[in-house]
Design a protein around this ligand. Structure first.
Ligand code: 5GP
Length: 117
């Protein structure tokens, strides 16, 4: 069994967070260290550590995450201005929390997709 992270406690509301959406499959809450005026994380309610651990059985929840990204963009008023969705994976992707999550970033021009080294 993979080890739970702080995100599982947020999903179960055992610790405080600013949850903006929750249903039977996913939870979305504001990032504690926002990198843009809108910075929300969407996570599966059950623990999937990273994209490397996604299975065929997870296709419904993966699809729900994308649909909820659209809903949150509407809630946050950034549908027309645009936004960026990011899913980091593993060391080179700089994934810090091993509970798969999608970042929604918007509310300003997000610049080029990647910094140029
Ligand atoms: P990663 O680098 O793994 O893709 O992103 C992890 C994100 O989780 C970071 O943006 C970080 O600020 C956020 N984060 C880490 N711990 C907490 C927490 O306890 N609460 C909330 N709301 N966000 C967190």
């Amino acid at each position: 069994m993979p080890e739970e992270t702080i995100f599982s406690k947020i999903i179960r509301k055992e610790i405080p967070s600013d949850i903006v959406y929750q249903d039977d499959l996913v939870t979305a809450f504001r990032d504690i260290s926002p990198q843009a005026p809108v910075h929300v994380l969407i996570v599966p309610n059950h623990l999937i550590p990273s994209v490397n651990d996604v299975t065929d059985d997870d296709e419904a929840v993966m699809g729900r995450m994308m649909n909820v990204a659209r809903i949150i963009a509407e809630q946050e008023g950034i549908t027309e201005s645009g936004y960026r969705l990011i899913v980091n994976c593993g060391p080179d992707g700089h994934q810090d929390v091993m509970h798969l999550h999608m970042h929604i970033l918007g509310g300003r021009d997000m610049g080029f997709m990647l910094s140029r080294p």
